[in-house]
Design a protein around this ligand. Structure first.
Ligand code: PLP
Length: 466
């Protein structure tokens, strides 16, 4: 299986290289050259399997040639062993034809664990073959950072640096990043918002001397391996509700477009998905783009669903690449427009293609709180604010086809917002009840590329024996 860049200029890579590289050297994102197909019989056969076995069958064609079947099975077994639920991704019913896919039973209580735990295992296995060491730098709106730290803490051949926007993540999110005591973990609070963190990360990847010098590897959702791991739960959830014999829809609380793009890949593989509904909070660039055809940044307004406080939705580039007939030059031209003037108009033919795949909706702050309160009353479920954004938007798209809304984080990760809406303060699961007692370790950093590069080089030099 080969992976190609959405901007058409970087070399095609195999799975292992695409995973270790993250961002392509032409600034694009890697996508599979062709999407492997699963037949109706193969999809049917997923029914009732343990999550890890279903993951093996879905992911196998994408990693073939890099991991053997036995290796992949071993890595998957390790990746999901630390989850707090035997089903890994259980479904619960919210109402007639509306279901919630709980993706928050991993070690850091958000869906990011599904991808990060397996990518941690896969990168470790790849490094063990060559004896190399790498530097992981990640930008986070809150949940990616803790999931990455959890996946890589304590490894001798990996340093993990996480940039998060100072003062803009929840206390639970921050503590999950600042309390691990391992020397290879570096939590960096950046003076800026998430888009600044993401922009500095991209700058580092585009600085080839630095990138090669520290052996930079990325684990943000621009990393294809992340998307791949998330394809799995679209299959397991749909099959639980009768796929491939029955179609299902999905509503996905969306920020960087990684999670919902995984649903799109599942559909391209043959899973009969009816609609994929993009749900945004008040930072609604994707909803505006889908409705008006203009993808334009307007600045981030902090919300009670902070993991979706994003204005440049990186993975949208992957969907655009397909909608533009896989024309890398056309993608590059639009992205140049974004850089130069803060936006671009999506060509009408591409817009039409996007609208055949995706619907969209937005949820205000007030609607988010009202949805948390309403669901508590009608179902007894406590939703995190991100999941509530999904549930609200899904409510506008319910019909004859079963709808599955993705619950992306545990309510206890955002206790203030949940308490404000319901009067109830959700408790952390027992396995992390001491989070507020552990000492924190964090470095405040300016929004400045050179300063960041220096800090990272110094920290690594301090850790690697001369
Ligand atoms: C990351 C995150 C999202 C958004 O996911 P994307 O893949 O960036 O669209 C939504 N909810 C939570 C809780 C998250 O951590």
């Amino acid at each position: 299986m080969k992976y190609i860049s959405t901007r058409g200029q970087a070399p095609a890579l195999g799975f292992g290289e695409a995973m270790m590289t993250g961002l392509a050297r032409d600034g694009g994102l890697y996508v599979p050259e062709t999407v492997p197909q699963m037949s109706a019989a193969e999809i049917s056969a997923l029914a009732g399997l343990p999550y890890e076995e279903a993951a093996f069958r879905v992911m196998r064609p994408f990693v073939a040639g890099f991991f053997s079947d036995d290796e992949l099975k071993t890595l998957l077994a390790r990746a999901y062993a630390g989850f707090g639920h035997a089903a890994r991704a259980p479904l619960v019913q919210l109402g007639p034809n509306h279901f919630l896919l709980e993706l928050f039973h991993g070690p850091t209580l958000a869906f990011k664990d599904f991808a990060m735990q397996i990518i941690g295992q896969m990168m470790q296995a790849a490094l063990a073959r060559t004896g190399e060491r790498i530097t992981i730098v990640g930008a986070t709106s809150g949940d990616t950072g803790s999931a990455a730290i959890e996946a890589f803490r304590g490894l001798s051949n990996v340093d993990v640096f996480i940039l998060f926007p100072h003062g803009r993540v929840s206390e639970v999110q921050r503590r999950q990043m600042t309390t691990p005591s391992e020397a290879n973990v570096h939590a960096l609070a950046l003076d800026g918002d998430f888009d600044d963190c993401q922009a500095r990360l991209k700058d580092m990847f585009n600085d080839f001397a630095f990138r090669d010098g520290v052996r930079l590897a990325g684990v943000n959702s621009i990393n294809w391996a992340r998307v791949l791991a998330q394809v799995v739960y679209y299959f397991t959830a749909a099959v639980s509700l009768g796929a491939p014999h029955r179609r299902v829809g999905f509503t996905v609380p969306t920020g960087n477009f990684g999670d919902i793009f995984a649903g799109y890949i599942a559909k391209r593989m043959g899973l009969p998905i009816d609609r994929l509904v993009i749900a945004t909070n008040q930072n609604d660039i994707l909803d505006r783009a889908m409705k008006g055809g203009d993808y334009r940044t307007v600045g981030v307004r902090p919300s009670i669903s902070p993991s979706m406080d994003i204005q440049v939705s990186s993975n949208f580039e992957r969907a655009l690449f397909d909608a533009l007939g896989r024309d890398g030059a056309a993608v590059q031209a639009l992205m140049d427009g974004l850089k130069q003037s803060g936006g671009f108009t999506i060509p009408p033919a591409a817009m039409e293609k996007l609208r055949t795949e995706f619907d969209s909706g937005r949820c205000s702050e007030e609607e988010t709180r009202a949805t948390i309160a309403a669901l508590r009353q009608t179902t007894g479920e406590l939703l995190c604010p991100h999941s509530a954004v999904g549930v609200k938007v899904a409510g506008e798209h319910l019909g004859a086809v079963p709808m599955i809304t993705l619950a992306t984080a545990h309510p206890a990760k955002f206790p203030d917002a949940v308490e404000q809406a319901t009067g109830l303060r959700p408790a952390l699961p027992a396995r992390m009840a001491d989070l507020f007692d552990r000492p924190e370790r964090v470095t405040r950093v300016p929004n400045d590329l050179e300063a960041l590069k220096t800090l990272i080089r110094d920290r690594i030099a301090g850790r690697v024996p001369a």
